[in-house]
Design a protein around this ligand. Sequence first.
Ligand SMILES: Nc1nc2c(ncn2[C@@H]2O[C@H](COP(=O)(O)OP(=O)(O)O[C@H]3O[C@H](CO)[C@@H](O)[C@H](O)[C@@H]3O)[C@@H](O)[C@H]2O)c(=O)[nH]1
Length: 267
Amino acid sequence: MAIENSVIVPAYHERLNIKPLTTRLFAALGNDLSKQTELVFVDDNSQDGSVEEVDALRQQGFNVRIIVRTDERGLSSAVLRGFRDAQGQYLVCMDADLQHPPESVPALLTSLRTHAFVLGTRYAPGVGIDKDWPLYRRVISSGARLMARPLTVASDPMSGFFGLQKRYLDAARPGDVNAQGFKIALDLLVKLQLPAHNAIGEVPFSFGVRTEGESKLSGKVMIQYVQQLRELYVYKFGANNLVLFLVFWAVLCLYGLRQLALAAHAL
Ligand SMILES: Nc1nc2c(ncn2[C@@H]2O[C@H](COP(=O)(O)OP(=O)(O)O[C@H]3O[C@H](CO)[C@@H](O)[C@H](O)[C@@H]3O)[C@@H](O)[C@H]2O)c(=O)[nH]1
């Protein structure tokens, strides 16, 4: 049976998460969907046994493979590499660390049949973010989301759990999509030529906490986000509206200070 769906997982030092993610994903897909779906890890030469782990799972019959990059590092560029290499027309991106539930992938794939882009969202009734996700990450995430508000109508553009139809990516100009940093979904939402109506579907999911390995979010990634935002504001509104960007930056600082003050008050 032809491969229609590719699930792309950027992975750096994620050996311990590879097996649970693979088994949970294919269990959630069930027999029929599993036959049409490949799982592709894009690893940046972790050298932690991830390759052997994937090989063992493939020998057990799972349609899983791993691309190892030796000349590049970074989440967004790893995702783009996986998308380029994918066999399927329906692409899903998710983190390796199980914060994105593999059980929600079938819903994303279903929604992709009728939408060009589907976003896994943590901001919908009945779902949310695990209470153990650190306060400083919540503050950063809320601020980052606020700053992206003028760029897209999507409720959770910071999400790393999303899908798209490959033809829209194929139609983008080479080099148009920003391969730096972590915020690949936001970049694609702004830059791809999506249909005017009913382009974006949303699938609510509950964001868990990582139990194995560590987050790779660093100060450098945050600076890359600010640079990316500046570029996106210019892309969408033109160079003259950079002032908009600065206003939002100011709002973000005030919001962050308010959240910190509230947190300090609660201690
Ligand atoms: N290949 C590769 N993968 C990477 C790299 N950096 C991170 N990854 C992989 O990308 C995924 C997410 O990285 P984390 O470091 O776990 O990110 P996070 O702090 O949990 O943040 C995630 O959740 C946020 C939700 O607020 C998202 O905003 C963010 O984009 C990311 O998806 C993981 O599978 C991780 O191994 C890299 O340099 N190279």
